[in-house]
Design a protein around this ligand. Structure first.
Ligand SMILES: C[S@@+](CC[C@H](N)C(=O)[O-])C[C@H]1O[C@@H](n2cnc3c(N)ncnc32)[C@H](O)[C@@H]1O
Length: 248
């Protein structure tokens, strides 16, 4: 289930019942006033069962958090204003977060070096690989992830690809449309020759393949994919996902 709501999250959040989603993962505008941040934060924590992950810049930080992450983005903006460029953004993490273990230790360090690759659909688009890591560490397949400031839909797209549900809220209709088209385009494909491999670009271990990734029309191919998944579970191979997942 993926639901994109065109609207002001200040209003929409008020309509969501307490503890109605599993996780909030969001990237608010960086110029919000203290009062706006406090209101939104209280709403995030009210509607989420398992806490919130919020991107925020060091110079206008979100509320004090339980844990902090740092996203270093070496290809950030040029500096022409006699000020140091900000090459680091912060990730504020609020519990009680789910903590999924069993991934490689490097997935649990709090410095992220991910890059957005290729054309972006939003000036502040976040790297899919970074959102992927956060969702894999802090949510389970089938969970509902809420991004109340979803922009071009990166969180929703990654959630879909990871078998999570997502609710996105965005007040700019142009971004709602972009988010819809990115999410709709994220359909798996079978590689040429009908090989039992889900197509190209990002690499996923089998246990990360969303259960619903095989569209209804391809039911006949599902057993082959299952076989392939089993092989992957033995870590003898890896599977690839769709082009929209390039860079993961
Ligand atoms: C930093 S951007 C998010 C970009 C997103 N992470 C992505 O990868 O595309 C923040 C988004 O919040 C939206 N926004 C700002 N205030 C909002 C509000 N009150 N309700 C809903 N959306 C809002 C903006 O239009 C913008 O697209």
């Amino acid at each position: 289930m993926h639901r994109l709501i065109h609207g002001d999250c200040v209003e929409v959040l008020k309509t969501l019942p307490p503890s109605s989603v599993d996780l909030v993962c969001t990237d608010p505008p960086y110029d919000l006033a203290e009062e706006q941040k406090r209101f939104l934060h209280a709403e995030f924590m009210r509607v989420s069962r398992h806490g919130a992950i919020v991107f925020s810049p060091p110079e206008n930080p979100w509320l004090p958090a339980d844990q902090y992450g740092f996203w270093v983005k070496p290809i950030s903006t040029k500096n022409t204003s006699k000020r140091y460029s900000r090459f680091v953004e912060m990730i504020f993490l609020y519990g009680p977060l789910k903590w999924r273990t069993g991934r490689h230790w490097s997935q649990y360090t709090n410095v992220f070096l991910d890059l957005v690759d290729g054309e972006t659909a939003h000036p502040f688009e976040k790297p899919m690989s970074l959102i992927k890591r956060l969702l894999l560490n802090h949510s389970d397949r089938g969970d509902v992830v809420l991004d109340p400031l979803v922009g071009s839909g990166t969180t929703a797209l990654v959630a879909k690809l990871l078998g999570r549900h997502c609710i996105g809220i965005e007040r700019e209709i142009a971004y709602v449309d972009i988010a819809h088209s990115r999410i709709d385009a994220a359909q798996p494909k079978i590689l040429k020759g009908g090989k039992s491999c889900i197509e190209a670009a990002g690499r996923f271990l089998a246990h990360e393949i969303p259960a619903g990734i095989v569209p209804t029309g391809w039911v006949g191919l599902t057993p082959k994919i299952r076989v392939f998944e089993r092989r992957l579970e033995q870590r003898s191979a890896r599977v690839c996902l769709q082009p929209a997942f390039a860079g993961l």
